[in-house]
Structures are given as structure tokens and as C-alpha cells.
Design a protein around this ligand. Structure first.
Ligand code: SF4
Ligand code: FES
Length: 259
């Protein structure tokens, strides 16, 4: 879908303006499948404190100007991964981006653009269908696989073995990485970085016995070899996961058949 530039002037006078706030223009890519054939930008002048998060501004638009504005969020603290969106063209969690980091220099007017993440179908406004993302996640078997009898005590692991996959345990499944990947935009059947990160988390777990199954899955035409190492994913990850490194480790495990 291509976005058209809009028009919309909205009365935002109902939004409370706390002391010390400045007015920022929040430009939101709106799309209502019931009435729109294309997404379009609409702008809202919103009072904002430097310490507000972009999520606060979206709530002010929704609560005081247009209750139909759709976006997903839950924890508001960077934990649940629900509110990945493009903020000024970059994939970010709306609950983690502070207004002060987006303010224009020298007191010039500030515009903050907010659009849905790319590569997943937009259902409404900033709300995308995550199902293709979770389908790829489920396909790599992101759970511990162990054969044989149940152990009678816990599965012991050394700190060094735990360290091997520590980074990839931090994923919150926000899709910021996968939806910033040009290979994924071009071909949605690519598993995408998040699925590979979550496969890595178990492939390199010394207690797991499913590494071979997962590596076979990722050796597929739509698997790990599609990665072109553009680093968009690593730049986008709100958890700071070294995604490209994890993907390289999975590729190496496939090449040398060694985990
Ligand atoms: S790897 Fe990072 S960017 Fe990708 S889904 Fe997990 S937390 Fe989000
Ligand atoms: S709302 Fe949970 S991560 Fe932003």
C-alpha cells in the first residue's frame, strides 16, 4: 500500500497541556480498512513533556481526539513487545522512545511521524497482523526438546554453557527486527531474524536435543541463507540483541555441523 499525503486538521484543544509542555506535531499513518483504500497521513498537534514517551502522545490522541485510533500496547515498559512501530522511519517501541530525543534543535517545530511496521499486513492504523511473524516463530520449534526418560533431577548446565545463548534469551518477540529486514519485505516466506534468534536460543542450549531438527528447518530455501547481513535487524532490536552475530553462528553451525 502506498501512503498519500493528507490534509486532516484536528481539534486537539481537549488534550491537557501540563506545565513545561511543548506542542509537537504527531503525524500518524492512518488506515481504516472499512473506508480507506490506501493509508494516509493525519497530523495532530499534541502538548508533550520531554519525558513523555511516544506512546503517551498516541494515548492523548486516542483519548481526547479520536477514539478510533488503533495501536497495540500492553506493558508500556519495554517488556511485552506489543508496540513496535516506525517512529520517524525507524522501528522502535513507542513506550521506550522519549519525546526529548525527538525534539527539533533550536526550538524549531517538531514533527514526529508514526507508521506501522513494514512487511506485515496492516489491519488498522498502527496495528498489524502478527500471525505471519508468529507462524515463522513456531516453525523453528522454540522450546526445549529432550528425548529419553524424564530426568529425576534438574537438567544441570554450567555457567559457560548458559552463556552461549544468553543474548538470544532476551527476545520479546516485538518483530522490530523482522519488519526492518529488506529480505523479509521482498519475500514474506523468509523466516526472518526473530525466528532465527529464537532457534539460536535452543540450538546452543546444552540441555536441548533438537538442534539438528531446527538446523534442517533453517537450511531450507527460506531459511538462514537468505540473510544478506544488512544489520537492519541488529540496529532495530530494542533489547540490544546481536542478531546478525546469532544468525552467523547458526550459519556456521550448519556449515560445520557443529553446535
Ligand atoms: S530479536 Fe529483538 S527486535 Fe527481534 S523480535 Fe526479538 S526483541 Fe524484537
Ligand atoms: S507496551 Fe510493552 S513493550 Fe511497549
Amino acid at each position: 500500500m502506498t501512503a498519500t499525503v493528507s490534509e486532516g486538521v484536528h481539534d486537539t484543544s481537549q488534550i491537557p497541556a501540563p506545565e513545561g509542555s511543548v506542542t509537537v506535531t504527531v503525524k500518524i499513518l492512518r488506515f481504516n480498512p472499512e473506508i480507506d483504500s490506501e493509508p494516509h497521513w493525519e497530523s495532530y498537534d499534541v502538548p508533550a513533556l520531554p519525558t513523555d514517551r511516544v506512546l503517551n502522545l498516541l494515548f492523548n490522541v486516542k483519548n481526547y481526539v479520536d477514539g478510533t485510533l488503533a495501536f497495540r500496547r500492553s506493558c508500556a515498559h519495554g517488556i511485552c513487545g506489543s508496540d513496535a512501530m516506525q517512529i520517524n522511519g525507524v522501528n522502535r517501541l513507542a513506550c521506550k522512545v522519549l519525546v526529548r530525543d525527538l525534539l527539533a534543535k533550536g526550538g524549531k517545530p517538531t514533527t514526529i511521524s508514526v507508521a506501522p511496521i513494514k512487511g506485515l499486513p496492516t489491519m488498522k492504523d498502527l496495528y498489524v497482523d502478527m500471525e505471519p511473524f508468529f507462524e515463522a516463530y513456531r516453525a523453528v520449534k522454540p522450546y526445549l526438546i529432550a528425548y529419553g526418560n524424564e530426568p529425576t533431577r534438574e537438567r544441570v548446565q554450567s555457567p559457560a554453557d548458559r552463556e552461549r545463548f544468553d543474548d538470544t534469551t532476551k527476545c520479546i518477540l516485538c518483530a522490530a527486527c523482522t519488519s526492518s529486514c529488506p529480505v523479509y519485505w521482498a519475500d514474506g516466506s523468509y523466516f526472518g531474524p526473530a525466528a532465527i534468534v529464537n532457534a539460536h536460543r535452543f540450538i546452543f542450549d546444552s540441555r536441548d536435543e533438537g538442534a539438528e531438527e531446527r538446523l534442517d528447518i533453517l537450511n531450507d530455501a527460506e531459511g538462514v541463507w537468505r540473510c544478506r547481513t544488512t544489520f537492519n535487524c541488529t540496529d532495530a532490536c530494542p533489547r540490544g540483541i546481536q542478531i546478525t552475530k546469532a544468525i552467523q553462528e547458526v550459519k556456521r553451525a550448519l556449515l560445520f555441523k557443529r553446535v
